[in-house]
Design a protein around this ligand. Structure first.
Ligand code: G6P
Length: 614
């Protein structure tokens, strides 16, 4: 939520800032702004997207080789130009960009107002820069020290960068709870700062990820790292492995479509080298290292949000089926506030694409405090969640830029499948015969996804044409396909703004059936190996009330075809692997409906991809 970038070096900062903000726009796109320093400090900011900021800056003085930039997802104050970042100190000397929330801003603001500070915006960020200014003047300290002292008074989360007109050779950045990466160029005295590594990779592969409570100071071209307690630290420099192609649309109209079509590869990459289908062995370090812990587990708790929570539900079914361990799946936001029972023999699995979701991080922290072992399934390398875990596995889906999650979901389910099989194997709950069968089919999945993407394309577009103007949609599924129904409905509402609900097919009669009439499209996942006859009855119940059925069926199905209005065939597979295949046409259906309705599929309104506020 909110993306920040900063440049310090010999070149014009503007070019890096704009390109960087465009890469980070998935984090929020309510407003955008930059501050450039070239003798004087100039701020350009605007409501709307980065492209509108580019229009605003046309013909303006864009010189300066220090600069900061921000793209906003509003928390405090409506998304208008005044509330856009950067924010200035009272005397205009300091400019600040901020991602996060200053929780005690109201108290700080009141005290500052009593001492004569006048605020222009409604933001918590403006309060912070006034506080820094006040401390700098009162204590007669340098900018680093003023920032450090101010941060000691702040409660909340932040990733910040500050520029000063009076001190043009200094740039200060700090983090707590919101991510921040510093790129170190091969050219002396050149640094790039951003919320994630995607703006940086084009310029340097050498980066350091800040830890919570760390402040970076770039002064006269040299970088120093300290904690907010003033303890010096040496930065841990690592190499980025992101490919630049992964950050471009590569000929597709939208990132979302590109990411849907990348799934044969992202699923393959998420399983590659992690199991041996001939020898029936696993090569997942996290499983080997935690073998004794896994043997003694009492229970598994999965915490996640959004689409990752849906993957968690599939995980529950997988783990309970294969290893007969009880699993609870929790919304991270609920878990953290309800004093849950967590024990030392629990394994808590946190699932997250971004690795930065504030609620998931807080849930992990709570579980860790109570002695549980924390396992992370995460996509973004080096992000906060994997750094907080005891063990874990990356999903290797590559950068996901479309705000609605697609390839991350199928990659998460792939990793969860391997984890479920691995736990079952360690606990002696799966026969070699069964392991052989599932491994063999898992190995076929990327190819099946490839075939499916091609085979269903035309039918999905036809169906989208028929229902693009619907006001409501219902999605039904049973067993492994229930989370798929939830995910299908979420995808549709996120990007097309059509109200959609996912339901267990059998629960329909306890409520949603009242909504069914000739206007209501009902998407039913009715695959052969998954309660087929039962789902068939649910389809009949919808038809009897004149609802329109869009059925996801197994290749060669005849029975559902006879009664459904539309069918989309998916290749036959193991019941437990159906979610990976059944999700694909639902992603495409949402995508095409949203495009036909003229919606911005990559940046749907009000949403952000990386939710760093609770
Ligand atoms: C946001 C995104 C969703 C995502 C959810 C959880 O709501 O728009 O696509 O599923 O956050 O994010 P995470 O990065 O933890 O998977």
């Amino acid at each position: 939520m909110c993306g920040i970038v900063a440049y310090y070096g010999p070149d014009r900062a503007y070019d890096f800032l704009i390109k960087g903000l465009q890469r980070l726009e998935y984090r929020g796109y309510d407003s955008a702004g930059i501050a450039l320093l070239n003798g004087d400090l100039r701020v350009y900011k605007n409501k709307g997207k980065v492209s509108e900021l580019v229009d605003l800056t046309k013909g303006k003085n864009l010189e300066g080789n220090r600069g900061i930039g921000h793209t906003r997802w509003a928390t405090h104050g409506e998304p208008n130009t005044i509330n856009a970042h950067p924010h200035l100190s009272q005397d205009g000397d300091l400019a600040l960009i901020h991602n996060g929330i200053i929780e005690n801003y109201a108290t700080l603001k009141k005290a500052l107002q009593e001492r004569g500070h006048i605020f222009k915006s409604d933001t918590d960020t403006e309060v912070l820069i006034h506080l820094i200014e006040e401390i700098q003047k009162a204590e007669q300290v340098n900018l680093f020290e003023a920032v450090r002292l101010a941060l000691n008074e702040v409660v909340g989360a932040y990733a910040i960068v500050i520029l000063s007109e009076r001190d043009p050779n200094t740039l200060i950045a700090a983090r707590k709870g919101s991510p921040l990466v510093v790129g170190i160029s091969d050219r002396d005295g050149e640094y790039f700062i951003a919320s994630d590594a995607t703006p940086i990779v084009e310029y340097t592969r050498k980066v350091t990820y800040l830890n919570d409570g760390e402040i970076v100071s770039i002064n006269e071209g040299n970088m120093t790292l300290k904690t907010i307690e003033n303890v010096e630290k040496s930065p841990f420099i690592q190499n980025l492995e992101i490919s630049l192609d992964a950050l471009e649309k590569g000929g597709f109209e939208h990132f979302m479509l590109k990411e849907i079509f990348e799934q044969p590869k992202s699923i393959f990459d998420s399983m590659r080298g992690r199991f041996d289908k001939e020898n029936l062995t696993f090569a997942m370090r996290s499983l080997q290292e935690f073998e004794s812990k896994i043997k003694n587990l009492d229970r598994i708790i999965i915490v996640a949000c959004g689409t990752s929570w849906h993957a968690g539900l599939v995980g529950e079914y997988l783990i309970e089926e294969f290893s007969r361990l009880p699993v609870e799946v929790e919304y991270a936001s609920e878990f953290r506030y309800r004093n849950p029972i967590v024990n030392e023999d629990d394994l808590v699995i946190a699932i997250s694409q971004s690795g930065e979701t504030a609620d998931t991080l807080a849930a992990m922290e709570l579980a860790k405090e109570r002695g549980a072992t924390i396992y992370g399934i995460c996509n973004v390398v080096g992000s906060s969640i994997p750094r907080m875990t005891h063990a874990g596995a990356y999903t290797h889906a590559g950068p996901e830029i479309g705000v609605a999650s697609t390839k991350a979901f199928t990659a998460q389910v792939t990793v969860l499948t391997l984890l479920a099989l691995g736990i079952a194997d360690i606990r002696g709950k799966i026969t070699t015969e069964r392991l052989r069968e599932v491994f063999a089919e898992l190995d076929n999945i990327p190819q099946k996804v490839e075939t499916l993407l091609e085979a269903c394309a035309d039918e999905v577009i036809k169906i989208a044409e028929c229902y693009k103007d619907a006001r409501n949609f219902l999605y039904l599924g049973r067993g492994y396909n229930f989370p798929v129904a939830l995910e299908g409905a979420l995808k549709l509402k996120e990007i097309s703004y059509i109200h959609a609900e996912g339901y267990p097919a059998a629960e329909m009669k306890h409520g949603p059936i009242a909504l069914i009439d000739e206007e209501m499209p009902v998407v039913v996942i009715a695959t052969k190996r998954n309660y087929y006859e039962k789902v068939l009855s649910n389809i009949q119940e919808v038809k009897a009330r004149k609802g329109k059925i869009i059925a996801i069926v197994t290749e060669g199905d005849e029975k559902v075809k006879e009664i459904a209005d539309h069918t989309i065939e998916i290749p036959d597979t193991e019941d437990c692997l159906t979610p990976i295949l059944a999700t694909i046409p639902l992603q495409l259906l949402s995508y095409h409906i949203a495009v036909m309705r003229g919606c911005n599929v990559d940046q749907p309104r009000n949403l952000a991809k990386s939710v760093t506020v609770e």
